[in-house]
Design a protein around this ligand. Structure first.
Ligand SMILES: *Cc1c(COP(=O)(O)O)cnc(C)c1O
Length: 369
């Protein structure tokens, strides 16, 4: 760990999950190997891009794929592509008033800080529905907002959005009926691996994943999959072509790394991995439940709604527990990153932990409570 020692930075046990602030995920050797190889010589970036993207499309059972520098960048480019398709011209010829008048429909229940990826493009986000379900969401609520300036419907899949939304298949059906592309933020919707093609097969125009979360690709990579004509438009505005895609360019080492990561992800024994995660959670329950008045239990699914169990540790009624313990764990040796579960509990997520980490975390919690 030379670089971290040189900079005097401690290794953190990441028990929080695939959070960007802790590095997202660790890169397996086949990914770093592919990155080092790609970085060490020159090649045509366009040719590399074409071949990597064709291979990614084939591997993920999608009509087309595009490598981005993160899920957010993929959403930015996909919405820019929707603007081009709507006005029937290349992005640099879209007039300022056309761009400012372009409407992207978004559920109010799904507004979140990642939607800057769309806002900063300069389009208008038009909110639909209510966060709650006082009135059940209906397709008419969405279609009523569609007019001649609507360029896309933007939909976020995650475990933390509010409830006042139509299910994605119904949103895609409305999009199809009115000829409006549906663009999906699926940053952390893995596992299962089949999600890589699930929503495009339903008819979504583009679905954006983080490369640096569970895929274990380069942290600043993303995978955009979608329909052939839509992704062709993304490719037109994207790096290495000049224009708005340039500021979200992707190095050749990231393309090679993401391809290696997707190949690995599709080969991975996901059942064995799920069993390993279950075993870690059981070790945590056995090590902590009832100790010093703690309640330790299995929690399911994870924060993104994905089928990975977590351990939750609570001191019921102690409203400072989460903050106190999270901070103490971070100040420990080695530091441990966790997520809060309300004021009186924390979550410990095995998906970013390695063999031996859970024992350390259990010992630390025993010592600190
Ligand atoms: C992580 C995340 C993003 C951002 O992904 P990057 O790959 O870091 O750009 C966007 N949306 C959601 C729902 C996320 O969880």
């Amino acid at each position: 760990m030379g670089i971290y020692d040189d900079l005097n930075i401690q290794r953190v046990i990441n028990a929080a999950g695939t959070l960007t602030a802790w590095g997202g995920s660790c890169l397996p050797p086949e990914v770093t190997r592919a990155m080092a190889e790609a970085a060490q010589c020159f090649a045509s970036v366009r040719e590399l891009q074409d071949k990597v993207q064709a291979r990614l499309a084939e591997l993920t059972h999608n009509p087309a794929a595009y490598v981005t520098c993160g899920c957010a960048a993929g959403l930015y480019l996909a919405n820019a592509a929707a603007v081009c398709l709507h006005w029937g011209k290349a992005f640099q010829y879209v007039k300022a008033h056309e761009l400012a008048g372009s409407k992207v429909l978004v559920y109010r229940a799904q507004r979140n800080p990642f939607d800057w990826a769309v806002r900063q493009l300069g389009v208008r986000l038009v909110e639909v529905g209510y966060p709650n379900e006082v009135e059940l969401p209906r397709p008419e609520h969405l279609s009523a907002q569609i007019d001649q300036n609507t360029v896309a419907i933007f939909y976020t899949l995650s475990g933390w959005t509010a409830r006042g939304v139509l299910p994605i298949d119904e949103v895609i059906a409305v999009g199809k009926q009115f000829g409006i592309p549906v663009i999906v933020d699926a940053a952390a919707q893995l596992p299962p691996a089949e999600n890589l093609w699930k929503w495009t097969n339903m008819g979504a125009s583009a679905v954006s994943f983080s490369g640096g979360k569970d895929l274990c690709g380069p942290q600043s990579s993303g995978l955009l999959v979608g329909q052939a004509d839509f992704i062709a438009q993304v490719r037109d505005i994207g790096f290495p072509n000049l224009g708005i895609g340039r500021m979200v360019k992707v190095g050749r080492e990231s393309m090679a790394g993401l391809l290696a990561a997707v190949e690995r992800y599709l080969r991975l024994d996901h059942d064995a991995r799920a069993r390993w995660c279950e075993a870690q959670v059981q070790d945590g329950v056995q090590g902590l439940n009832g100790v010093h008045g703690l309640v330790a239990e299995r929690s399911f699914p994870n924060e993104a709604g994905q089928p990975i169990p977590r351990l939750t540790v609570k001191e019921p009624g102690d409203l400072n527990f989460s903050e106190r313990l999270s901070q103490a764990l971070m100040e420990g040796q080695p530091p441990v990153a966790v997520l809060g579960n309300g004021p009186d509990g924390i979550f410990i997520n095995p998906m970013t932990m390695v063999e031996g980490d859970m024992a350390i975390v259990v010992d630390q919690i025993k010592r600190l409570t």
